[in-house]
Design a protein around this ligand. Structure first.
Ligand SMILES: [Zn+2]
Length: 211
């Protein structure tokens, strides 16, 4: 089932590694197809992963196809899909700058013009929850309200999009923005975009998402 989606997911995983968003088998990605989710397997290194290793689960997390175990973060992915019609794909990273920002318990403010139209605005951070729990998924959904991404406390980031490539673009942009923000923080107090600009640009995000 879903051969093309599995191949695309494998491609996205390779890009996640190439862009230093994940390492080893950490992080995960998925795509929603009808009432099923195609998701990366648990504990398989990206460099050794094949399209056939991708798992198909239903919206309750039941395995529909595949010989591996689905990602331990499946409950988080399912919570997002159940609550966000616009999310057709998820890229969950443990990227360095986004993760570092979560240790400071800080949000990513709207500091650059490209952030708001693509991410929706200030990127919030969840309360801490254990990985693999439904609670973590619920907290991500809450932090990601009207946004394309959320920072996950002491963990990493979750990014969603209308397609796998879109979710990957969000993850790349988020990591880049976190990096710029952390560099600026080391020197002084980073300035934010004017409030009216943030409002106008947030409208662009809503239009692109179909809200
Ligand atoms: Zn994780």
């Amino acid at each position: 089932m879903y051969k093309e989606t599995k191949e695309e997911l494998l491609e996205i995983c390779a890009e996640m590694v190439r862009r230093n968003l994940v390492e080893g088998s950490a992080g995960n990605a998925s795509a929603r197809v009808d009432d099923h989710v195609v998701i990366t397997p648990s504990s398989v290194r990206y460099t050794e992963m094949a399209a056939e290793d991708m798992m198909v689960i239903d919206m309750d997390g039941k395995v529909i196809e595949g010989d591996r175990n689905p990602s331990v973060e499946s409950p988080m992915h399912l919570e997002v899909y159940k609550n966000r019609e616009d999310a057709r794909a998820i890229v969950h990273t443990h990227s360095i700058y986004a993760s570092a920002l979560t240790l400071l318990n800080r949000t990513l403010p709207p500091i650059l013009d490209e952030i708001v139209p693509k991410l929706g605005g200030e990127i919030r951070i969840t309360q801490y929850s254990m990985p693999g729990t439904k609670e973590l998924g619920q907290r991500v959904v809450k932090a990601m309200d009207m946004r394309s991404a959320a920072l996950i406390a002491n963990h990493g980031a979750l990014c969603c999009g209308g397609s796998l490539h879109e979710a990957l673009d969000v993850a790349v942009l988020l990591e880049r923005a976190c990096r710029i923000y952390m560099i600026a923080l080391q020197v002084g107090k980073p300035s934010q975009l004017p409030e009216d600009v943030v409002e106008d640009e947030a409208t662009l995000w809503e239009m692109m998402k179909g809200y």
